[in-house]
Design a protein around this ligand. Structure first.
Ligand code: KIV
Ligand code: ZN
Length: 514
């Protein structure tokens, strides 16, 4: 079995999904889970793209020690220097440099000749090599590039010091056979190709990202790039859980293996969908809610007689459990702490105290508290930004009836510590609530997106809401959970506003320091 490296870009390409906007604590929790999942390399962000990205990449590089951490950079000295500042404390500092090689990108986007693209790539790889021991160079839009030109530039960047060559299907245009042939051609044509590893990076515009990645592996690629749940730009990236499980389940056919701990897949998928607000479709391969459900009578009958009749993957393989009853009303702190340890999550004493308090409150309303509920509570606490002055919900009441005008009354504590109240109407209960909140909050607010979901199943399941607001013209995401859907909706709305305020406060603090 040849070992295929998994390069996870959930925190970079995945975070480029429309509407996704993670804070640095959320990114850190995802990074820790990716480390538990056993990815070989994680791309933590694009340090030069924003101060937030720089800080998140630095925090992850400082913290994660069992996985190689990388960051994306354009082929410019400032991008490389900024990436170095963010990544220098990583266990194995690694840079991901990219420049486009297709005629359409060179002509219209870069306005550079092919010779200039070669020169800039070579110069910047040599420059980066003075700092970074590991350099991946990517030919953006490789699949729409001229193969002879690719061979020419690849040979030169290898001589300049690149250690990995990545040929992305940036726009999800290629097909499995064509992508495989491209790697075959490069391996046959580039004389120094044995000095580097080859990497594939596929987007899913035509729904072939996973198939294309596996075809690349069959043609000598030893590193697969992608994201958990396949999130990413447009239709997303290759879903890493699908690649890893396909190689495992069809190991009779594919002589390749990854180092992923497959039973961490479900938890990784859940965490990422929870924090990004990008829910996984029910029929998604490997981790969709229906992936292990059998509806037709004939199938159910077959599975009861022998699960292998209709099940090629056991749910346990990917960490899907039946979410058995966990702790209840009478459970003590000791048992609760043991459960937290089982998740592999570290909490401070203060955080354990708060989590236990919230767990106890939940047991007052919910008979069966599941692992999913506990995990949700813990993640809310772990990813809450440091205490600053913000809006806090004091009390609220929503009146709704089919014959009445929906009305909400809300009392809030403002960042200045003042208590304010008002009431407004709306066409529905959530609209009435949001109109009232918006009335009490000073910022200019517009609701762009609203989602409500349940955590796990059951009629007493926790509700989880995601919203996207425009706050003073800036898109900001928020997330909230509660036993009740209306309260979860209020929490998500306030969370978005508070995230904006936290960001503004940190900008102001920096101006004062300057
Ligand atoms: O899709 C792409 O081409 C990329 C590069 C930056 C590697 O994400
Ligand atoms: Zn990409």
């Amino acid at each position: 079995m040849s070992r295929i490296k998994i390069f996870d870009t959930t925190l970079r390409d995945g975070e480029q999904s429309p509407g996704v906007n993670l804070n640095k604590l959320e990114k850190l929790e995802i990074a820790k889970q990716l480390e538990r999942l056993g990815v070989d390399i994680m791309e933590a962000g694009f340090p030069a793209s924003s101060e937030g990205d720089f800080n998140a990449v630095k925090l992850i590089a400082d913290t994660i020690k069992d996985t190689s951490v990388t960051g994306l950079a354009r082929t410019t000295k400032t991008d490389i220097d900024t990436a170095w500042e963010a990544l220098k404390s990583a266990a194995e500092p690694r840079l991901h440099l990219f420049l486009a090689t297709s005629p359409i990108h060179m002509t219209y986007k870069l306005k550079m000749s092919p010779e200039q693209v070669i020169e800039q790539s070579v110069n910047m790889v040599s420059y980066a090599k003075k700092k970074f021991p590991q350099i991946e160079w990517s030919a953006e839009d490789a699949t729409r590039s001229d193969w002879n030109f690719l061979a020419q530039i690849i040979e030169k960047v290898i001589d300049a010091g690149a250690t990995v060559i990545n040929l992305p299907d940036t726009v999800g245009y290629t097909t499995p056979a064509e992508y495989g042939r491209m790697f075959h051609f490069i391996r046959e044509t580039v004389p120094n190709i044995d000095k580097v590893s080859l990497s594939c990076h596929c987007h899913d515009d035509l729904g072939m990202a996973v198939a294309n990645s596996i075809s690349a592996v069959e043609n000598g690629v030893t590193q697969v790039e992608g994201t958990i749940n396949g999130i990413g730009e447009r239709a997303g990236n290759a879903a890493l859980e699908e690649v890893a499980v396909a190689l495992k389940i069809r190991s009779d056919y594919y002589p390749y293996e990854t180092g992923l701990k497959l039973n961490e897949i479900k938890r990784s998928s859940d965490l990422i969908s929870k924090l990004t607000g990008m829910y996984v479709q029910a029929n998604k391969a490997i981790i969709g809610r229906n992936a292990y459900a059998h509806e037709s009578g004939i199938h159910q009958d077959g599975v009861l007689k022998n699960t292998e009749t209709y099940e090629i993957i056991t749910p346990e393989l990917v960490g899907v459990s039946s979410n058995t009853l966990f702790l209840g009303k009478h459970s003590g702190k000791h048992a609760f702490k043991d459960k937290v340890k089982e998740f592999g999550i570290e909490l401070t004493d203060e955080q354990v105290k708060e989590a236990f308090k919230q767990f106890k409150q939940l047991t007052d309303h919910k008979k069966e508290v599941t692992d999913d509920d506990i995990y949700t509570i813990i993640m809310e606490i772990k990813t809450e930004a440091a205490a600053v002055n913000k809006y806090q919900l004091e009390t609220f009441q929503v009146h709704y009836g089919s014959a009445d005008i929906p009305t909400a009354t809300v009392s809030l504590e403002t960042p200045e510590g003042e208590s304010v109240q008002t009431a407004c109407t709306g066409k529905g209960s959530v609209e009435a609530l949001y109109n009232t909140l918006s009335n009490l909050i000073k910022e200019d607010l517009n609701l762009l997106d609203y989602q409500i979901n349940s955590v796990g199943g059951g009629k007493d399941a926790l509700a989880e809401s995601h919203v996207q607001l425009s706050v003073n013209g800036e898109p900001t995401n928020g997330r909230g959970t509660a036993q009740d859907v209306i309260e979860a909706s209020a929490n998500a709305y306030l969370n978005a506003v508070n995230r904006y305020i936290i960001k503004q406060q940190s900008v102001k603090q920096k101006e004062v320091v300057k």
